[in-house]
Design a protein around this ligand. Structure first.
Ligand SMILES: Nc1ncnc2c1ncn2[C@@H]1O[C@H](COP(=O)(O)OP(=O)(O)OP(=O)(O)O)[C@@H](O)[C@H]1O
Ligand SMILES: [Mg+2]
Length: 655
């Protein structure tokens, strides 16, 4: 984006100025009739450029609904400036100086034409021709050199600005809590990180470049015009805009039509996708005719619009030609009159015209500056709305590290809802005595995982509190809390990295021996040794390449290695076969012995030995006690147990 912006003026001026300049130098050593038409051709070119612009706008799909530049939106620019650009003021200042110098060359180059016309062409002064040629070459060279350095400096600045924003976004993203990730898709987040940041930078520095470079260019060129002919300059500034106006209006019309056309296109596309995505249904309900009728209608609407656009398009050319003709005639008449009256030289006239041509593009850039600024606003709003989120789950200013003395966890009268409407946990109280194992059982969706999430503060309950050894988890630092809880989540999370690094994630200091020991305890060692590179095997995205059970073993090994005083196991062994499960169960039991553990399990055989079992049902605890007590009381648990018992009996009998 940066390179393009900063490199265009060079190319552009070459196209607009160098051609009329070089052609006469190379092909016409003398004043010929052709030159009488030069101004006409130039003006025509200007009009043609405008026309192409309109046509381009016609095909471009952008600037649909840009936000207005309200005070608030402009304040965001101020914020970007102060936070990300101002600290790099040295680069900024250098870039501005280079831009100012580079843009003065346009006017300098154009002004060289006067002696070419008046003295070389009219007075046939050949000696001067060579000198001016050299001057022009020199000017181009300098202009190129300045533009080049400016582009480099600007690129450096832009990269710095982007980097600053990316650092902030990344830090913020890491600090966000689960609620944020629940609301925003990965795609959205990546957009913030990539394109939004780039758009903001582009809008901020792009508008700066346009503003400084183009207004300086215009300023110098206008100065040149007034210097050549004050009177004609005055006329041009009032008459010219009037002739161009119809073309501008025309362009607007075209864009409107185009927008409508695009909407219809999108509708058609949606329709077609719908139809063919559900082709099975279409066929089974025999609605092919109906679908065709619908498509036909849209295609007709499309055709109508296409035709009305074609009319506008066809009109555009003759109309711009005509407007061009009017301008041409007027300019020629006025200039010709002035020249014949001896009030102006041919050189003055040419320089004047070229200055207009050269000023056109920068003026247009300035005219669309607001659009650049508006484009930035959307991204800025998105970016800042994210940077300004204060995650609910964060350290209190006076948070102290969690000190685990015994390992007693109390969750008192906890209530929670994910969406603020449907309660998922309803006034639940759970107590885990130090170094004991507590089990949560219950049907799917009854709130077990949610409950466990409150301990490492992945979510905070809406009401009630979670207390570990007398310290409310909200009052301790998140880092100390999470370092002291090992959590094996229901859905295993693995990184695209080696098995070894996956096991020691977050514990870079763990030795290879410790890693292998943890893997052995998690019954993972054997299968790891069977992978191509053993512990150095690189896993695919989300652990692809491993079976569900193998992934679970790795995540258990990770928790074992962490060796934290609080252990949370959410269906940790659910995907394991019974042999691996009994291996893991043994090591887990050893692991649980001297720490407080909460286990969630559907397979009740794994929690029979738990010190206390809580039975969840629709966000409430309906029963609690030891396995024996619960079986004896013959409630929900006993029923669940009987069903599983019978099933496993049957399995054993069958197997
Ligand atoms: N991230 C979430 N956003 C919204 N609702 C959720 C979210 N996670 C869970 N829920 C809802 O909260 C309720 C409890 O879910 P939870 O995951 O705690 O159940 P569970 O007891 O662990 O079930 P399972 O045994 O299937 O793991 C369910 O109704 C579920 O739909
Ligand atoms: Mg769960």
């Amino acid at each position: 984006m940066v390179e393009q912006r900063t490199l265009t003026p060079l190319v552009l001026v070459r196209v607009q100025v160098s051609q009329p300049l070089q052609k006469p130098l190379i092909f016409n050593g003398f004043f010929s009739l052709k030159f009488a038409f030069r101004p006409v051709l130039l003006y025509k070119r200007l009009v043609d450029t405008l026309k192409t612009e309109n046509e381009m706008a016609f095909f471009k799909k952008k600037n649909k609904d840009l936000p207005a530049l309200t005070k608030d939106n402009l304040m965001m620019y101020k914020r970007v400036w102060l936070t990300y650009v101002a600290p790099k003021w040295k680069l900024l200042a250098l870039s501005i100086v280079l831009m100012l110098v580079a843009s003065s060359f346009d006017a300098l180059l154009v002004s060289q034409l006067k002696p070419v016309f008046d003295e070389v062409f009219l007075d046939k002064n050949r000696a001067l021709l060579g000198r001016i040629g050299l001057i022009i070459l020199g000017l181009y060279f300098l202009k190129g050199a300045f533009s080049y350095s400016q582009a480099l400096v600007m690129t450096k600045l832009s990269i710095g600005v982007i980097r600053g924003m990316q650092f902030d976004v990344f830090k913020k993203l890491l600090a966000m809590d689960n609620k944020f990730y629940q609301k925003h898709t990965l795609g959205e987040i990546l957009t913030r990180f990539g394109s939004d940041v780039a758009t903001v930078q582009g809008a901020v520095l792009g508008s700066l470049t346009t503003f400084v470079r183009d207004s300086a260019s215009v300023f110098f060129l206008v100065l040149l015009m007034f210097w050549q002919s004050f009177e004609m300059a005055c006329v041009v500034f009032f008459v010219f805009p009037a002739t161009i106006w119809p073309i501008v209006i025309f362009g607007k019309k075209m864009r409107q039509k185009f927008r409508k056309n695009r909407e219809v296109d999108e509708k058609f596309f949606d329709q077609v996708t719908q139809t063919f995505k559900s082709i099975k249904i279409v066929k089974s309900y025999c609605t092919e005719d109906l679908e065709f009728e619908n498509a036909k209608k849209t295609i007709y609407t499309q055709n109508k619009l296409q035709f009305s656009m074609a009319i506008l398009n066809a009109l555009q050319h003759p109309m711009t030609e005509f407007v061009g003709g009017v301008g041409m005639a007027a300019t020629l008449a006025y200039g010709g009159y002035k020249i014949t009256a001896g009030e102006m030289t041919a050189g003055n006239f040419m320089v004047f015209l070229l200055a207009i041509v050269a000023a056109y593009k920068p003026m247009k850039n300035l005219g669309t500056l607001h659009m650049t600024l508006q484009q930035g606003v959307v991204s800025m709003q998105r970016l800042f709305s994210m940077l300004d989120i204060v995650p609910d789950i964060r350290d209190k200013p006076d948070a102290e590290p969690l000190k685990i003395t015994a390992g007693r966890i109390e969750m008192k009268n906890v209530s929670f809802s994910y969406d603020g409407e449907h309660p998922v946990i309803k006034n639940v109280t759970v107590t885990c005595e130090p170094n004991r194992t507590v089990a949560f059982v219950g049907h799917s969706g009854s709130g077990k995982s949610t409950m466990i999430n409150f301990i490492p503060r992945f979510y905070d309950p809406d009401a009630g509190e979670v207390v570990i050894d007398g310290q409310n988890v909200r009052d301790v630092t998140l880092e100390s809390l999470r370092k002291q809880t090992a959590y094996v989540s229901q859905d295993v999370i693995l990184f695209k990295d080696t098995i070894k690094n996956n096991i020691r994630y977050g514990m870079p200091e763990a030795t290879d021996e410790q890693i292998v020991a943890a893997a052995k305890a998690a019954a993972a060692h054997d299968f790891i040794m069977g992978t191509p590179d053993g512990y150095d095997t690189v896993l695919g995205e989300q652990g692809s390449g491993l079976s569900g059970g193998q992934r679970q073993m790795i995540s258990i090994a990770r928790a074992m290695l962490k060796n934290a005083p609080i252990l949370l196991l959410d269906e940790a062994t659910a995907a394991l076969d019974s042999k691996s499960e009994s291996v893991v169960q043994n090591s887990l039991e050893r692991l649980m012995r001297n720490r407080t553990t909460i286990v969630i399990a559907h397979r009740l055989s794994t929690i029979i030995n738990a010190d206390r079992i809580y039975v969840f049902n629709e966000g409430e605890i309906v029963e609690q006690g030891t396995h024996a007590e619960l079986v004896a009381s013959d409630g929900v648990y006993a029923q669940m147990y009987r069903i599983q018992y019978r099933k496993s009996d049957a399995e054993t009998a069958n197997g």
